[in-house]
Design a protein around this ligand. Structure first.
Ligand SMILES: Cc1cc2nc3c(=O)[nH]c(=O)nc-3n(C[C@H](O)[C@H](O)[C@H](O)COP(=O)(O)OP(=O)(O)OC[C@H]3O[C@@H](n4cnc5c(N)ncnc54)[C@H](O)[C@@H]3O)c2cc1C
Length: 379
């Protein structure tokens, strides 16, 4: 029981990377936190279905939450990984221009990145690129030394254990069903193995990812009216096997095209040396449960986009791997949107800290997002 008579200071709905980071940051600041996760284990949705890339932060519009929280979250993530033995490799990445016409896009990223405070960005001329990355076909590249990869499962395990160590109560297998206002806060009803229960807290943080719009509705908010409708966008991955796998030297991203959703089909070399290509982008209808199967019919288009900069790649080298769903706020052809992170007093839901559209770089940024959510509630 808190000083104000509540069961907890804060209830976090959703136990992906962002919810875990929020509960951990709250507990570290001496706040009592409860986290509800509907699946029997944490991080089963988007937080374990992504590229596991620790982004530098160069892509995002200067001043945006994506830019600021990515740069801050990335620095915090590396320090956290080191302190808690989370497998994480800061190996850097290249963003390649296959044709001269793509150099301008790299220059824009370089400029953005410098404004965002991303360290160490540099152009590699063709000769330099050929010396260091001989298998990659490109006329030039942008080198980002701060980019890396992390084992997302181990990262989330470590956050869970730090959060619990600091006193947070984390409940897997507990689905939030309803929210109602009570004096000084919120009552959250949830179902777990013991049936339907309820808990009172001064604040609620909506960290439900693809379920964020349903949680907003529980708080009496209309996502459509707020411009926060969900536009789920599936991204599939293909694993690279055989000799081709050994020829892929690290993280290689294409120069972003205008109107492209995401950062383009890129290579991912994970912390154990596994190599994947992905993700592509396919808008799908909102659903409670998503189909994560990789559609084999997308193989040709997929292979063609990667072969532009990895000319040795043959269709037989790639095999369906896994998929994730981006919780986007922008629909097909619409302008990219920033993260939405706000305490919603202004729209009639005081004490409801609303997170929506936490797509990439949400894994990189989660520690900073968690701090921001806690600050939005208490400070
Ligand atoms: C294809 C793809 C590639 C990506 N690549 C990268 C990358 O390389 N680097 C990077 O930084 N980011 C990347 N991202 C983004 C990153 O994965 C997400 O931003 C991040 O994982 C979001 O975490 P989350 O905790 O907000 O969401 P989630 O992990 O989806 O967690 C939300 C949780 O809420 C739970 N939930 C929902 N409703 C309820 C309810 N009613 N009650 C209880 N629990 C509920 C869900 O079960 C889920 O576990 C990528 C995303 C995709 C899809």
């Amino acid at each position: 029981m808190t000083a104000s008579g509540m069961d907890f200071d804060l209830t976090v709905i959703g136990g992906g990377a962002v919810g875990l980071a929020t509960a951990m940051r709250a507990a570290e600041r001496g706040k009592s936190a409860l986290l509800l996760e509907r699946h029997p284990a944490f991080g089963r949705e988007t937080s374990s279905r992504n590229s596991e890339v620790v982004h530098g932060g160069a892509y995002y519009a200067p001043g945006s939450l994506k830019a600021r929280l990515c740069v801050r979250g990335r620095r915090e993530l590396y320090a956290f990984a080191e302190a808690h033995g989370v497998p994480c490799v800061k190996a850097g990445k290249i963003i390649v221009a296959v044709e001269e016409s793509e150099i301008a896009a790299l220059e824009r990223i370089l400029e953005n990145g410098r404004e965002n405070g991303v360290e160490g960005l540099a152009f590699l001329e063709k000769g330099e690129l050929r010396g260091r990355w001989p298998e990659v076909a490109a006329v030039g590249a942008l080198w980002s030394p701060e980019t890396g990869v992390v084992n997302a499962h181990r990262f989330m395990d470590a956050m869970r254990s730090v959060a619990e160590g600091a006193g947070a109560v984390l409940l897997p297998g507990a689905e939030a069903l309803a929210l109602e206002t009570v004096a000084g806060g919120w009552r959250a009803s949830f179902r777990d193995a013991e049936g339907v229960q309820s808990v009172d807290s001064a604040f609620v943080v909506n960290a439900a990812g693809l379920g964020a719009q349903a949680v907003m509705a529980m708080a009496g908010l209309d996502p459509d009216a707020l411009g926060l409708a969900l536009h789920p966008c599936k991204g599939s991955y293909w694993s690279v096997q055989g000799e081709a796998r050994r020829r892929i030297p690290g993280l290689v991203y294409p120069a972003p095209e205008e109107h492209l959703v995401g950062l383009g089909v890129h290579t991912v070399v994970d912390v154990s040396g596994g190599v994947k290509l992905g993700p592509d982008a396919e808008y799908v209808p909102p659903a409670r449960e998503y189909d994560y199967a990789v559609d084999e019919r997308r193989k040709e288009a997929f292979w063609r986009s990667a072969r532009r900069y990895l000319p040795f790649l043959e269709p037989g080298d790639i095999h369906p791997d896994m998929a994730g769903i981006r919780p986007k706020l922008s629909g097909s052809g619409e302008r990219e949107r920033d993260f939405h992170i706000r305490e919603e007093t202004e729209v009639g839901a005081p004490g409801f800290v609303n997170l929506a559209g936490i797509e990439s770089p949400g894994l990189t940024a989660c520690l900073a997002i968690g701090s921001m959510a806690v600050e939005a509630a208490f400070f």
